[in-house]
Design a binder for this molecule. Sequence first.
Ligand SMILES: C[S@@+](CC[C@H](N)C(=O)[O-])C[C@H]1O[C@@H](n2cnc3c(N)ncnc32)[C@H](O)[C@@H]1O
Length: 295
Amino acid sequence: MKRVVQAALAAGFLVLAVLALFYGRAGKESENRIDLDPRPSTVSPFREEATLRNVTKRPIAYTIMPGKGVRGPVARTLAVGAIDRIATDLPVEISFDDGKRTSAYTLHPGKPYSFRYDASDTVRVYPGSHGREDAADLAPFVPTPKIVVERMLETAAVEKKDLVYDVGCGDGRMVIAAAKLYGARGVGIEIDPALVAECRAAAEREGVSRLVRFLEMDATKAHLTEATVLALYLLPESLEILSPLFERDLGPGARIVSHDYKIPGWEARLVRSETLTDEAGREHAIHLYRMTGKT
Ligand SMILES: C[S@@+](CC[C@H](N)C(=O)[O-])C[C@H]1O[C@@H](n2cnc3c(N)ncnc32)[C@H](O)[C@@H]1O
């Protein structure tokens, strides 16, 4: 019984944390956020550990609390960009003082987590995308709703001659929709092998597998030189990490369309922003950028 309650609480925590991550931060631009149907990723190849990554800009101190199979308390400090691999086959609790209050988070084996900033720049623990040390964690999987996908493609004026890239493509819905609606070719880049398998199956099912392909890789190592349209749904700090790639690879006239978040420092290339209200009455921001050549 205790296990069932624990499992229910764990599932609830993950759903709430992903929602808080995307709603809370998008809430900077709009108060009313959509339910994005979060689904925790299972990309971590490790079962008997929880990974905890620091994607903030300062070292983070926290304490691993004593528990079943965990001796403690153990004080840890995680350097910027570092990953702690907490060996455990049971949920483990960490305690963390964010400067305003001390919070306890329960981490689960086989799952990745990240220290990230919330909308008010307070550091909190959120679900991550993967626990790989050789790759950036750009965002957990939160799919863009269909109505927003379609508006993003329209906003970017996608045509048959375009090659649409989605960097962190999730289940592949963006490039699959571009192929179905406009006959455009597409490339989806995704680090989670389970999602890449879903992308390929969906492309097959939708009859567009000759137009789209999916690369299982870390997007920060990708080459985007062939892209004429880039569709994105990533957190602002991840857009900041990737923007030098966009500068390096995208040719004049290429369009970038970003769901909810603006690319930091790219005001000069911003063509327009709009807000779309979905069936549930929730709002999504869409930002369109156009490459004008090297600055
Ligand atoms: C917020 S979801 C967006 C999914 C999709 N683009 C959409 O709009 O529906 C972000 C995706 O980025 C993926 N991701 C995170 N870090 C990544 C990395 N370093 N390389 C490639 N994909 C990554 C996650 O697994 C997740 O599927």
